[in-house]
Write a protein that binds this ligand. Sequence first.
Ligand SMILES: Cc1cc2nc3c(=O)[nH]c(=O)nc-3n(C[C@H](O)[C@H](O)[C@H](O)COP(=O)(O)OP(=O)(O)OC[C@H]3O[C@@H](n4cnc5c(N)ncnc54)[C@H](O)[C@@H]3O)c2cc1C
Length: 568
Amino acid sequence: MAAHKEPVLDIIVVGAGFAGLYLLYRLRTLGFQTLVIEAADGVGGTRYWNRYPGARCDVESMAYSYSFSESLEQDWVWTERYAAQPEILAYANHVTDRFGLRKDIRFNTWVARAVFTETDGLWTLTSDEELSFGARFVIMALGCLSAPHRPDIPGISEFAGECYHTGYWPHQEVDFSGKTVGVIGTGSSAVQAIPLIAEQAAHLSVFQRTPNFSIPAWNGPLDEESQRHWKNNYRTLRAKAKRTSSGILNMDSDHCAAELSPDEQLRELDRRWQHGGLIMWNAFNDIMTDPASNELAASFVRRKIREKVKDRKTADLLCPEDHPLGSKRLCVDTDYYETFNRKNVTLVDIRSHPIEKITAQGVQTSHDSYALDVIVLATGFDAMTGPMMKIDIRGRDGVSIERKWSDGPRTYLGIAIADFPNLFMVTGPGSPSVLSNVLLAIEQHVDWISDCLCHMRSTGFDIIEASPQAEDDWVIHVNDVANPTLYTHSDSWYMGANIPGKPRVFMPYVGGAANYRELCNEVSDQGYTGFTMSKSAATAPRNTVVSANEQQRIDSQTFSQPRRNSTS
Ligand SMILES: Cc1cc2nc3c(=O)[nH]c(=O)nc-3n(C[C@H](O)[C@H](O)[C@H](O)COP(=O)(O)OP(=O)(O)OC[C@H]3O[C@@H](n4cnc5c(N)ncnc54)[C@H](O)[C@@H]3O)c2cc1C
């Protein structure tokens, strides 16, 4: 323990991605003493870690941005329709400096443990270096995709060449020139990285187990007219986006497939293909409930793949046949399929011939050996629950999050967890999160949590907890809306299927972002139904709740002085 002591804070936020940054801005403005703790040495979260070539957003830049500051909206200039990682990271840094957030962020600090103490109603967070931080409330802004998944392939540590994970990419540029490269995985990150790696590498082998549906981005410079349109109409467009099922404009459809003639169906699919990006996800309003409707869109995309890829066998392998379109987040690409027409690119089918081991020289499948200078692991994330489970979180009676979620995540609204008082999550499991424009989802949660904290302050309560009944009901509701859909017909990371041993549970809320927003508002408008609020021992009348000695201990509750680094 360090010699210096400092008082308990109102709120500790873990994570300085877009969620943590907006939380800090909002909570500080509302007068809460807030500290953000971040493992990295900079802000940006996803955009800090995922620096692989080709990394960019799949929601258009103008929409994938904060709406809380009109001057920020007007001042910031996005240069491309889909911004690349350096530009999004620059935006995160701009926001941090513009609103003076950096001084309240403690970088280079991994939160390893978070423990709630019943007697004083406080949380103690401990870093992996045994530094302690105390707060009344903890808000986990850990992101849904911040725990990279490193596959446990035999021999992986024996590889003598360079090995990178897309979600943990080095800060210096990786030069693939003249090298033989293997990319393992063909999800969103791989789809973005492969065309650029192929341009540099002497040879690129793409190890594919499951092909994904990818839609062209038709990315390019953002013309002044569209920028002006957005900037002149930001309020209307944001409000419109909030009324949609995904927070993404131009996505929702008014028609089920059967209402349209075959010509109309084709025109609609073609219109969405020509527009590009995620909107193919919802070409018909029954696309995620009616297998026939889904198959129309899926076979349309497969036809496009076959038009693009010259080698018949490669094209067949690239066509997804084992999951409905949209049951995994669609990939959005620039020249992904075209890359397989290059002479220096080989698609390796590891579904038929699995990787047996990695040797010092490269990858060995059950069929062949591939000598490699570089391996890129594009193997995704332990999504949604992974970042929470990496922290030893203890709620009432020492109950651990690991035990609580052993059969899958249980939350109320994806925001709170019974038995874990005063702990909130942003975009937690059980909320729409990754099924939407995540920035919009983040802003909604941050606003809701901030309003809730203000409500507590004004009513004198300082303990809030989801009731077990509300949590049970929410978990049932989340499953009830997911089960009839095609989302559950897929071995996706939404289902935890990419992580060996992880419970197969559909984690995000498919009931629609707009409906979800209304449900959250109803809960708050009706006085936070499903939550119990109380006063902690520290603030309750002394003679009724705690002994004088205990009160003295609580009053003098102090925590070790956090070690500050140069940026804090
Ligand atoms: C490659 C990639 C591309 C994406 N593109 C899009 C897109 O185009 N559109 C979209 O809507 N969404 C996209 N997403 C989802 C994306 O994660 C969100 O849009 C958004 O950036 C999440 O912000 P966040 O602040 O919630 O979480 P993150 O950005 O993940 O930030 C979480 C932070 O918490 C920190 N942290 C985690 N655990 C700890 C701990 N124990 N101690 C200390 N710090 C910790 C991490 O270091 C990280 O900085 C993408 C995700 C990835 C991985």
